[in-house]
Design a binder for this molecule. Structure first.
Ligand code: ZN
Length: 306
């Protein structure tokens, strides 16, 4: 009988070890998971189309877990806004796909505190049009869709030097027609742009120009030539940039116009977005450059797997 008992005890011990190990592994996997809060609910673009796409894209890696939080709709009763409480602090990164009414002061304060304490934010496309007059937001975004009296504007000259256009001077904000445009990688030392070719083709999108703001401490990662034959400025315009704010970082990516989903299907856009979320949440990027990354002359599209 003694050996039997011994076997039973060993089995029990082994089972305990397996359970403890699997608990440790699942805890580690849980910690490794990057949590992103996607905020939409109001936008002058079709967010009911883009937000599910972004959610699918983010969740496709297995490393990122996206949670969507939609604001009350336009002109919703005050009670709905009173009950709206995004829990920014539970997330490594917040992705704004929002261009609409001002948030309640309480939510604005939470958001600013979240960034000051080290939170990361991605401001996508028309989200930099939003929140006119919210000073902290305008400071942390740096360059926004605002009139030229509002602040300075930045672009690159032909030698790659940054030119600062003073408030009230130079070009107005806007965009030309939609077309495929060539991106220029400006800062390959950042983990988001590391390994990217100097030039790559982004799929048919609006190319914002003349964005205005405090324009302080703006780190530009990608820019694109705004073609005057397509209604552009003839300058190389900032497309992706980040601004430090307190202990946090706010990254603006003006790609991503949605009528059609094409700009979001661009492999280059997808790598930039996934890496942005990784970098803002952890300081590192693990999304590789896929083999089908766009070349200088060829657009590449991808539909994320569910
Ligand atoms: Zn747009």
């Amino acid at each position: 009988m003694a050996p039997m008992k011994h076997i039973k005890q060993t089995k029990g011990w082994l089972l305990g070890l397996v359970m403890a190990t699997s608990l440790l592994i699942s805890a580690a996997a849980d910690e490794a998971q990057i949590k992103v809060l996607v905020i939409s609910g109001q936008n002058n673009h079709n967010w009911t189309k883009s937000t599910p796409f972004l959610e699918k894209l983010l969740n496709s890696t297995g490393r990122i877990q996206a949670t969507v939080c939609n604001s009350p709709s336009n002109n919703a009763p005050k009670a709905e806004w009173d009950a709206w409480q995004p829990k920014f602090g539970d997330f490594g990164c917040v992705l704004l796909n929002y261009n609409g009414e001002s948030w309640p002061e309480r939510v604005q304060k939470d958001f600013v505190e979240y960034v000051r304490n080290g939170g990361g934010v991605v401001v996508l496309h028309a989200s930099n049009n939003s929140f006119t007059g919210w000073k902290e937001y305008e400071q942390m975004v740096g360059l926004l869709w605002r009139g030229k009296e509002f602040g300075d504007s930045l672009y690159f000259d032909k030698d790659g030097n940054i030119v600062r256009e003073k408030a009230g001077e130079g070009r107005n904000m806007g965009h030309g027609g939609q077309y495929d445009w060539v991106m220029t990688t400006r800062d390959p030392s950042n983990p988001i742009t590391q390994g990217m070719p100097l030039h790559w083709m982004h799929a048919k999108d609006e190319l914002y120009h003349g964005q205005r703001g405090p324009a302080a401490d703006v780190h530009i990662l990608l820019s694109a030539y705004s073609d005057p034959t397509k209604g552009g400025t003839g300058h190389d315009e900032p497309i992706v940039w980040w601004v430090p704010y307190g202990k946090g970082k706010v990254l603006t990516n003006v790609m991503g116009h949605v009528g059609e989903l094409t700009p979001l299907e661009c492999v280059g856009f997808q790598v930039v977005l996934l890496r942005s979320v990784e970098w803002l949440s952890t300081g590192e990027c693990h999304t590789p450059l896929p083999e089908n990354f766009p070349s200088e002359s060829e657009v590449r599209l991808n539909t994320p797997k569910s």
